[in-house]
Design a protein around this ligand. Structure first.
Ligand SMILES: Cc1cc2nc3c(=O)[nH]c(=O)nc-3n(C[C@H](O)[C@H](O)[C@H](O)COP(=O)(O)OP(=O)(O)OC[C@H]3O[C@@H](n4cnc5c(N)ncnc54)[C@H](O)[C@@H]3O)c2cc1C
Length: 405
């Protein structure tokens, strides 16, 4: 893809090491793209993709260098390289992008909040043994029509730790991850996103998923898209979580606004999906000899501008994180999340309108991208994201983490 304006800005801000890493990720992503259709059809966690990332030395992307990682991400002064890596993987397979985000974001949280001893223990597992992480909050409380299951966990303090009972839904990488960061609430079911309790009740606990009291119910996850994220319901049956697995002080996740480091990371994945559709459209339209059509030209123009705009926003937010302007980064990150969702969805729509119906017949990747992106964009409600941006602009009280009304 020719990105004249963009190359002069975001790519040139990266050092040679970042370019090398992105090339390596591109090679791995090429192989992941070949497996995406199969993973989607079978709803299977992309385990081989993670193996390949580990074999290429890329899986510990957000682990600090002193712990054997690549030292990328918002806490290490190199945010854009991480987000562009994510974009490449999401372009190959948006489900992989989500699992990858969950993994790398969890490691950012460990770096931010875990003790030195905890970091040593868990980063070693990632850097040396390819262990995979994820963070689970999802405990939606309002039932949908016909829904029998009530999601949610209850946690009880016991000697030496806590006992967790109940279920979490949308548990990405449920059949692939080794460790999960559980966001659980001492006030009762709701996790972080669906709870109204005081922040101090929110605990962040690392859970070893090989514990036999943690089981995966694979019957619930049958969504329109993002099938390969394997975001199943996970059940905790009196799971003991030792006190040495408590990360940070209770409430730190909300008090310090850590979710806002991950909000623009979702946008990087949305952008990957858009770029996948754009690349496909360019090939498709050239093949069909339709490039002289003025409507096609306008749609191609819009797609290109959308993708460039999204890159510029991500580069802007990344630069704010890297220069320590955290409050500005948090605000701009929400704006980027809002805008890139729309630009990405519009780009996929342009692709479909320019290419026609056959672009939505399998094995076209656009068919999968459309389903995946439509569904993944629900990960946070854009109406509430935008209202949060508005509330901040108006000086109103707002929740910039979970965009609660
Ligand atoms: C592909 C995918 C992967 C995910 N992976 C993870 C993961 O790894 N870890 C994790 O923790 N979560 C994950 N999530 C879950 C996500 O964080 C939410 O928990 C989930 O999307 C909530 O489901 P819902 O939108 O049906 O429910 P709800 O939360 O009930 O939302 C339904 C709608 O109602 C709105 N709403 C909610 N409360 C109110 C209210 N009080 N008043 C008015 N409107 C309201 C919401 O904004 C939304 O538009 C994932 C989601 C998706 C789509």
């Amino acid at each position: 893809m020719d990105l004249a304006i963009s190359e002069a800005t975001w790519l040139q801000s990266l050092g040679p090491h970042s370019h090398e890493l992105l090339e390596q990720v591109g090679d791995v992503a090429t192989e992941c793209a070949k497996r995406a259709d199969e993973h989607d059809r079978t709803g299977t966690f992309p385990a081989k993709d993670f193996d390949d990332l580990a074999a290429a030395g890329l899986n510990a992307a957000t682990v600090p260098r002193e712990h054997g990682g690549l030292g990328l991400g918002p806490l290490n002064g190199d945010t854009l390289t991480l987000w562009l890596m994510t974009k490449e993987l999401a372009k190959a397979d948006l489900s992989l992008g989500r699992c990858w985000e969950g993994h790398t974001n969890s490691l950012v949280l460990l770096q931010a909040l875990a003790s030195e001893q905890q970091q040593e223990r868990w980063f070693d597992g990632v850097a040396r043994r390819g262990q995979k992480w994820v963070a689970w909050s999802g405990e939606p409380q309002a039932r949908k029509p016909g829904e029998g299951t009530r999601f949610g966990t209850s946690i009880t303090a016991v000697e030496g730790g806590w006992v967790l009972d109940g279920t979490k839904a949308f548990a990405t990488s449920a059949t692939g991850a080794d460790w999960a960061l559980l966001l659980v609430n001492t006030a009762g079911p709701g996790g972080a996103r669906h709870a109204d309790a005081p922040p101090e009740g929110l605990l962040l606990l690392a859970c070893d998923l090989s514990d036999p009291t943690v089981t995966v119910d694979e019957s619930w996850w049958d969504p329109i898209g993002m099938r390969a994220t394997a975001s199943h319901v996970v059940e905790f049956g009196q799971t003991f979580l030792p006190e040495e697995n408590l990360i940070g002080t209770p409430g730190a996740y909300l008090h310090q606004g850590w979710q806002s480091a991950f909000t623009p990371h979702y946008a990087a994945s949305f952008l990957g999906a858009a770029e996948g559709a754009f690349d496909y459209a360019l090939e498709y339209l050239a093949r069909q000899n339709k490039t002289a059509d003025p409507y096609v030209q306008q749609r191609a123009g819009s797609m290109k501008v959308n993708i460039e705009t999204s890159h510029l926003w991500l580069a802007h937010v990344a630069q704010l994180w890297d220069s320590g302007q955290r409050a500005g980064a948090q605000r701009a990150g929400n704006s980027a999340r809002h805008l890139v969702e729309h630009l990405a969805l519009e780009t996929v729509d342009h692709c479909v309108r320019a290419c026609g119906a056959r672009s939505l017949v399998r094995p076209s990747p656009v068919e999968r991208i459309l389903r995946d992106l439509t569904f993944y964009a629900r990960h946070d409600n854009d109406d509430h994201v935008l209202a949060t941006i508005g509330r901040a602009a108006l000086g109103e009280t707002h929740d910039s983490s979970f965009f609660k009304p």
